[in-house]
Design a protein around this ligand. Sequence first.
Ligand code: SF4
Length: 421
Amino acid sequence: MSTSPTSSQMMPGMPARVSPGKLFMPQVYIMKVASRCNLDCKYCYMYNLADQTWRKQPRKMSEEVLRAVARKVALAGTPAQIIFHGGEPMLLGQDYYRRAVQIFREECPKVRLNFGMQTNATLLNDAWVDTLYELGIGVGVSLDGPEDVNDANRVYRGSGSGSHADVVGAVRRLQSSEKGSKVLGGALCVINLKQDPLRTYRHFVELGFKRISFLPMDGTYESPPPGKVAPFEDTPLADWLIPIFDEWFQNSQGVVVSLFEQIIQLIFGARGSYVDLLSTYPKALVVIETDGGIEPTDSLKSVADGLTKMGLNVLHNDMEDIFTKDLFLHLQAGEEGLAPKCKSCVYKYVCGGGLLAHRYSERNGFDNPTVYCADMYKLLGHIERRVGESLSPELMQRLRTAMARPPVAAREGGSPPALDA
Ligand code: SF4
């Protein structure tokens, strides 16, 4: 019998209580406007891992839900990132976004809003480019690398054929106009450890991307990510990323690799990170499902069916109600929420113990280092060394001091950074 947790259970590894003075209201809203997708990526946490609740979700988010979210954003009054996500958000058509942005503008006239969309881009055409530009929606494009790499996993639902050619066509379309270049954010690449890292990285550089976000595949100690093997002392992720880091560090060619830049900033003492698998800083993020459900970060769907279901909904709950739920508290627990090994780790403020989902085991709940711990330790050590070699001894000393300095507690002011969604 599985002992996978449900959201109603108190899980081991949860902090007993986080002081309300340390909690942040959401600043990033991942809007699951579409619960269906035209692709069927083999690793997708929405459809192909533990959670299957998408089957009961409405296909699209209603105007009522959009307006309820917008009112909560207005009430919070702080700048907000609104990320249209899915499923595939472009399945809903352009008029949906005209209306959605209009609703947010109507309800939040005094709030600085930043709109984004994470898309597989297979449906993008010239009309989409115009609409995204007109509405000020930046797009992140999901693509995993060269054709054979991408199409090993990112295939069309039904036919099973690869999506690479269509996505590259969409990227070219975006790059070929001033409007398109302005809305194109970066590439989001889910790492396939079986594939050649440098070939993968160079593909994005050759395509002209100026920003690349590498994401490790999701998994837990019970259902390890592809390539990770118990007792998890192997380092395939670090071994995959290190050659890319070396090439990028030697000559970045103007390309931002979010993971590397954020690691370097954290090594130098930055407090937070927009890469959500790094740093102990609070993750001020909510996921809004198509039915209005308020949920924590969606990578937790890889842990257990229904885990992210909190019983909260924008139609009848206050946003503050998230602070009555263990999973939300844990996402903002910072150092308090780390496993003992992480608390004594020299890289704790950089690594932050990894994504909550990647910490799960049946035995300890979330009270573990990330399943990628050995990888993170090796990667961070390598980056620290390489950066250190390029600095004077005096600067190295300052770097070490910065690493030993805890981040300023949230209650002392400041706000967590927006995430690379
Ligand atoms: S490297 Fe390992 S021990 Fe250190 S903070 Fe990360 S997960 Fe924890």
